[in-house]
Design a binder for this molecule. Structure first.
Ligand code: ADP
Length: 404
């Protein structure tokens, strides 16, 4: 009996053990399945987080790179890829990946010192990323490098942002050139006036009324020139201010504007025996904008045609036609024209065609076409110029009928 009980007890113990093994096996399987699911979820979350990071860094717009402590690129966003024209960046040392060693200088300094470094690099178009061999001038880049904090205590990575600062750089350059050119343009008449004043006062020429009168006449001419330059600079600055109040918006008839201009220039036209024609497709064509600036635009263009061609047989046409939602306005002449090499620069401030002007004979301020361009653009229009010397020089403006 005891034996039987012992056998039963053993059997129960074995069954119990068996059950436990089965349960253990199943919980191991469950555990493994759970582990696998967690791993998969973790992987998915990791990929999602990486995708979100990439999206965020791509949305930056500026080139963004992460570099390890040995200057190898670990990550480059899509702006960085674009900047380096799709070259492989990740996994490469910066010295090798960046096209110009000057671009890597700030980053290398940051890696060396551990301090944040921000610098501006100005590169000629030819050697600049995104530059090209055809274009003159420079590109400017702001390089901003700083170490990322390292929570794990290893060697920290460094982030680099490369921002295209070319337009700011060019604006800055234009401003500097403007100040230099304006000073130069003003200095010449001022020096002349000063010279005559010295003659009159220090050399006693004031006693000779004949000479004094002649000198004063020259001085008056140069004073007028100074005030014309200042006037023109003020007009440009008003137009460039972008203030809404700089432009008055009201409907006006183009015909009346042209008539105004022709009346103001009538004596010059007559003395040069030039022919000026008004060819408006529609006599009643109405523009929206500032009549004052439009009169100045047409005045400058017609006056230029007269100024550059002070001889007979000059024919000037002021015309207009409609094209869809735009009004086309042009001023053309059959004069000496503009050499093709000068055409791309003709709207720049103080730019004059050298061939047209000797040092002694400075007819204008060199600001007339700058004013024209800015006034046209302030009315959301565009202006272009074509020139076949002796045949046709044409300034063509395209203006939306309802620009505001
Ligand atoms: P400026 O005050 O010297 O006339 P602008 O800016 O009006 O300055 O013109 C710049 C230069 O462009 C002029 O100096 C002249 O050499 C040239 N130019 C402008 N219009 C004409 C034209 N119709 N024919 C020939 N040259 C022109």
């Amino acid at each position: 009996m005891i034996e039987k009980l012992a056998i039963i007890a053993s059997l129960v113990a074995i069954a119990f053990l068996f059950l436990k093994v089965i349960r253990l096996r199943s919980s191991k399987r469950e555990y493994e399945a759970q582990l696998k699911a967690s791993q998969q979820r973790f992987q998915r979350e990791l990929i999602q987080a990486k995708d979100e990071r990439d999206l965020l860094l791509d949305a930056l717009g500026d080139a963004f790179l992460i570099v390890d402590s040995r200057a190898n690129i670990l990550f480059a966003n899509s702006a960085a890829q674009r900047l380096f024209r799709g070259r492989v960046l990740t996994g490469r040392p910066v010295r090798e990946a960046f096209l110009d060693p000057r671009l890597a200088e700030a980053l290398l300094l940051c890696l060396e010192t551990g301090e944040p470094v921000r610098s501006r690099v100005v590169l000629p178009q030819q050697t600049s990323p995104l530059g090209d061999l055809e274009t003159r001038g420079n590109n400017a880049w702001i390089i901003d490098a700083a170490q990322l904090c390292d929570t794990l205590g290893g060697n920290p990575n460094t982030r680099v942002v490369i921002r295209d600062a070319t337009s700011e750089y060019q604006l800055d350059q234009i401003r500097k050139d403007f100040v230099a050119n304006a000073s130069h343009e003003l200095r010449t008449p001022l020096a002349i006036i000063n010279g005559y004043l010295e003659n009159l006062l220090d050399d006693g020429m004031i006693e000779d009324t004949e000479i004094a009168k002649r000198f004063l006449t020259v001085m008056k001419k140069h004073t007028e020139r100074i005030s014309r330059i200042v006037e023109d600079m003020l007009v440009i600055s008003r137009l460039e201010s972008g203030e809404a109040s700089a432009i008055k918006i009201e409907p006006f008839k183009l015909r009346l504007c042209v008539k105004d201009v022709l009346e103001r220039l009538e004596s010059v036209v007559r003395s040069q025996q030039a022919d000026v024609f008004m060819h408006l497709q529609d006599d009643e064509v109405t523009l929206q904008g500032d009549r004052f600036y439009w009169t100045q635009v047409l005045f400058n263009l017609v006056e230029n045609a007269l100024k550059q061609n002070p001889y007979k047989d000059l024919k000037i046409v002021v015309g207009s036609s409609e094209s869809g939602d735009n009004v086309l306005i042009w001023v053309k002449d059959n004069g000496i024209g503009i050499p093709s090499a000068d055409l791309p620069h003709i709207f720049r401030r103080f730019y004059r065609v050298e061939k047209h002007h000797s040092q002694l004979d400075v007819k204008g301020t060199g600001l007339g076409l700058s004013i024209v361009k800015r006034a046209v653009e302030a009315h959301h229009g565009t202006i272009s110029v074509t020139s076949v010397p002796g045949i046709e020089t044409k300034f063509l403006m395209t203006i939306p009928k309802s620009p505001f």
